[in-house]
Design a protein around this ligand. Structure first.
Ligand code: KIV
Ligand code: ZN
Length: 533
């Protein structure tokens, strides 16, 4: 085959591939109550690399030293099994772009993603500026980023509520300055699929140079149309979709990564497009993100929900038993929901635990292995066998321990049908000291939460409380998710334990720590310009 023919084939294959740009760690982390530390972000980024996403938007480096540190760590450490593109977000300000560059520069494949609003609503009310100024800022930002690296993405924010002619002018400027990806956001989730497709078709007409760069879409789910709009974008020619695991993100969230990926995979024969994603890692990615963010996945969530492959009606069960495809369009194993193969018990040693964790992709060494082993033994004493799902929950739970703030030292609850439940707790404080609290509540968990409030001196409002089990069976590990609000800041926490009251208490203490850290951070950032897109 000649080189031109080969080049044509490569170009054709590339045009059939949709790049997956994961923004779980940037837009996803902007969900209310989510606050991930660097270790947690790294763990998610490693899992995203295993999943095979093309781009990891690792954060917004100018916003805080913590965000910068996490983006830099991801850029430096996440290289296996294949180095993903690591992107840092930046407004058009020079300082933002410089911070994004410093954070991503050590990645094998760095990217700067810069954005500015093009809708008049944003230009007039938020930026308090003019269209001319926006054009100048877009030009200067892309030119500045190009001095550092080749891979520059530009987004005209709130594009779908912008004048298409003006958006086209701004995109043309970004391309002239060297942007290699143009991303069209439906920032407030307002578009309808046919409208979004027409908007992109018109952009292609107005900016023929768009054919020479990657067109990307970034859709929010305010009307529940994020995936539908992203797909409409793909049909219009977009070859990058920005999305997040479990669809987390600002307000109602972003397009759900697992849904867009499985749509393209399941309907590949009809659409003719696909992604590089290893779909068997989807379920695990979903569980990891859910645990570390404290955002539970609704049972009926497409692809990764607990019931996504469950059949309740007798007619359906009968059909599936005779032939799976009667009521299933996908095989649960293709999204990683296969049966647990790993089983450890109380006689398993440290070596067996380490090997099982390695098999699951967790590299746990030294002190972390000692702690994991101690927890494993405690749980194995109470529970006959631990499966891969239990180990995964346990290791993720340990990661969560690294949150600085409050910790649960001990608790004692008396619960009876004869008198109101009473709880006593001992809590470690951020300064290293301990405090005790006791309280009588409506139920044992209410009493524990009130006792923790008394010990920490915080007046928290409980916004959400969810209780579940990691696996089936009576001896399953209990899993609790809690969202609290302290001084106007929300925080979420999750914990697993064989005792559900212990899991609830630990989840509550973690949620308090996150809310407290966020309220301290927001006090420190008073006076800084608004940064969240
Ligand atoms: O929703 C949005 O417009 C964004 C941009 C920064 C792409 O998140
Ligand atoms: Zn967004």
């Amino acid at each position: 085959m000649g080189t031109t023919e080969q080049a044509n084939r490569d170009a054709y294959a590339a045009s059939r591939e949709v790049l997956i740009f994961d923004t779980t760690l940037r837009d996803g982390e902007q969900s209310p109550g989510i606050s991930l530390n660097t270790a947690e972000k790294l763990e998610i980024a490693h899992q995203l690399a295993r999943l095979g996403v093309d781009v990891i938007e690792a954060g917004f480096p100018i916003t805080s030293p913590g965000d910068f540190e996490a983006v830099q760590a991801i850029a430096r450490e996440v290289t296996e099994p294949a180095p993903p593109i690591v992107a840092g977000l930046a407004r058009t300000h020079v300082a933002d772009i410089d911070a994004a560059w410093e954070a991503v520069r050590d990645a094998e494949r760095p990217r700067i993603h810069t954005f500015i609003s093009t809708s008049d609503i944003h230009i007039v009310h938020q930026l308090q500026s003019t269209r001319e100024d926006v054009k100048g800022q877009a030009r200067a930002a892309v030119a500045h980023a190009k001095q550092y690296l080749d891979d520059v993405e530009f987004s005209p924010m709130d594009a779908t509520r912008s004048d298409v002619e003006f958006t086209a002018e701004v995109c043309q400027i970004a391309i002239d300055e060297g942007a290699t990806t143009i991303n069209i956001p439906d920032t407030v989730g307002y578009a309808m699929p046919h409208e979004f497709q027409a908007f992109l078709a018109r952009l292609y007409e107005l900016v023929p140079d768009l054919h020479g760069v990657t067109l990307s879409v970034h859709c929010h789910d305010d009307l529940g149309l994020a995936v539908a709009n992203s797909f409409a974008g793909v049909l219009a020619g977009a070859r990058q979709v920005e999305c997040a695991i479990n669809g987390i993100g600002e307000r109602a969230g972003n397009a759900s990564l697992e849904e867009i990926v499985m749509l393209l995979r399941t309907r590949h024969a009809d659409i003719g497009l696909d992604t590089r994603v290893n779909t068997t890692e989807l379920a695990r990615s979903s569980r990891l993100v859910s645990r570390l963010t404290g955002y539970p996945v609704q049972p009926n969530k497409a692809i990764v929900g607990r019931n996504a492959f469950a059949h309740e009606s007798g007619i359906h069960q009968d059909g599936v038993l005779k032939e799976r495809t009667t009521y299933e369009i996908m095989d649960a194993t293709t999204v990683g929901l296969q049966a647990n193969s790993i089983v450890l018990g109380k006689h398993s040693g440290r070596h067996a635990l380490r090997q099982a964790l390695e098999e699951m992709g967790f590299h746990v060494e030294g002190q972390a292995l000692n702690t994991a082993f101690r927890r494993f033994k405690e749980i194995a004493d109470k529970k006959k066998a631990l499966t891969a799902m239990d180990l995964e929950a346990l290791v993720t739970d340990e990661l969560r321990e690294e949150i600085s703030g409050f910790g649960l030292e001990s608790f004692d609850v008396e619960s009876s049908s004869e008198r109101p439940p009473h709880a006593r707790v001992s809590v470690t404080l951020p300064d290293g000291g301990t405090a005790e609290g006791s309280f009588t509540g409506d139920g044992p968990i209410d009493a524990v939460f009130a006792a923790i409030d008394a010990a920490t001196g915080l007046q928290a409002k409980l916004r959400d409380f969810q209780i579940g089990a990691v696996t089936e069976g009576q001896d399953a590990l209990g899993e609790v998710s809690v969202v609290v609000e302290v001084g106007g800041q929300s925080g979420s926490g999750q914990a697993v334990a064989t005792d559900i009251i212990e899991a609830a208490a630990r989840a509550y203490v973690r949620a308090l720590s996150v809310a407290q850290t966020r309220s301290q951070r927001s006090d420190q950032s008073v006076g800084l310009p608004a940064t969240a897109p």
